[in-house]
Write a protein that binds this ligand. Structure first.
Ligand code: ADP
Ligand code: MG
Length: 336
């Protein structure tokens, strides 16, 4: 008995510690807020014992998302994106945020030989406006005319002077394929600066997790794009980001399925994928890559992800599931 006593004490201390840890985790309350922003909904969930701190962190994160939106929205006349369009071939002074996003966009344009191209705005606008307001497809001539205004190499970025301009008049950009991811990252920076250690930031399906959720990863159900009541798999996120590009969130069906992701090389909407999900450390990369791979198509797209060791899942137009090595589990459709 005497010899057992120290062991018993150690065991009971350890058990007590484990119980304290479990109860600490179990009792972390969640603070959540949803707001309409960047043309979609943003939800931020924070696990923190100090609810005042959580509220302050939420305020700071949403302020930051709105600041990014004000800089990068194409619909806001006072945004830097609108200023670029107005100034055309004249230089536009840019904030460090917009410069950073343009530089990242340029990187993804280069590694995809222009499949990702923020200067594709004339094509995006042509398709959306003709289909939405005139209920018809653009003519081949209209597509060619818009295509002539597209080319990432004609967006000149002068990092040293913090400015950018176009090489020819009539060009414009859309940051719709990258700005949400950047806003998620900036929101996370605000949360981290406020001392938050467990959170999930979600802007329209582009998400990033800070830490874990009560001792387990944040579980994200990946929806079956053709049946919202089913999921393909559960993604487990911990200090990682995920973004999905799909042909099913914003689309029109005239004779064919027309959606908002354009292949700048053809001038028509990209048609080789139904959806692309990419996991990366930062959401800006996941966001830009999901759009890039969607345009590249399953084969070239997965080759790109594998070359850079990104994790991804592609559903091809013929409904084949193609996964990078990180999705080792067989994927089976399950009811939600
Ligand atoms: P969602 O906005 O639905 O999450 P994406 O992240 O894939 O989907 O972004 C789609 C947006 O990206 C389009 O609305 C458009 O603004 C922009 N976009 C479309 N095609 C391209 C492209 N080839 N390269 C870069 N951006 C694109
Ligand atoms: Mg994207």
């Amino acid at each position: 008995m005497k010899r057992l006593l120290p062991e018993l004490i150690v065991i009971s201390i350890l058990t007590g510690l484990v119980l304290v840890l479990i109860s600490q985790y179990a009792s972390i309350p969640a603070t959540e807020r949803t707001e309409q922003v960047m043309g979609t909904y943003a939800t931020i969930t924070i696990l923190d014992r100090d609810s005042d701190r959580a509220q302050r962190a939420l305020d700071a994160a949403f302020d930051e998302i709105r600041r990014i939106e004000a800089l990068m929205s194409a619909y806001n006349a006072s945004s830097e994106v609108a200023a670029l369009t107005r100034n055309g071939t004249n230089w536009t002074a840019l904030s460090p945020d917009t410069l950073y996003v343009l530089t990242k966009a340029d990187y993804y344009a280069r590694i995809s030989s222009g499949s990702f191209d923020v200067t594709c705005n004339p094509l995006v606008t042509l398709w959306m406006e003709t289909v939405q307001t005139e209920s018809r497809l653009p003519t081949p001539d209209e597509v060619e005319a818009a295509k002539a205004l597209v080319g990432y190499e004609q967006l000149l970025i002068d990092e040293a002077h913090g400015r950018a301009r176009f090489a020819q008049p009539g060009m414009s950009i859309t940051l719709g394929g990258i700005a949400k991811g950047y806003a998620v990252d900036r929101a996370c920076d605000q949360l981290l600066a406020a001392g938050i250690e467990h959170a999930l930031v979600n802007i329209g399906g582009d998400m990033r997790a800070i830490g874990d959720k009560n001792g387990a990863p944040w579980a994200i159900a990946l929806q079956n794009p053709r049946n919202k009541d089913e999921y393909l798999t559960i993604l487990e996120l911990e200090d990682e980001a995920v973004a999905t590009s799909g042909d099913y969130e914003r689309y029109f069906i005239l004779k064919e399925r027309i959606h908002h992701i354009i292949n700048p090389k053809t001038g028509y909407s990209a048609d080789e994928c139904i959806s692309v999900t990419v996991i990366a450390e930062r959401c800006i990369d996941a966001d830009a890559l999901s759009t890039t791979v969607f345009v590249l198509g399953p084969e070239a797209g997965m080759a790109l992800l594998d070359a850079y060791w990104y994790h991804g899942l592609i559903i091809s137009a013929d409904k084949e599931l193609i996964t990078s090595t990180s999705f080792a589990e067989p994927l089976v459709l399950r009811p939600l």
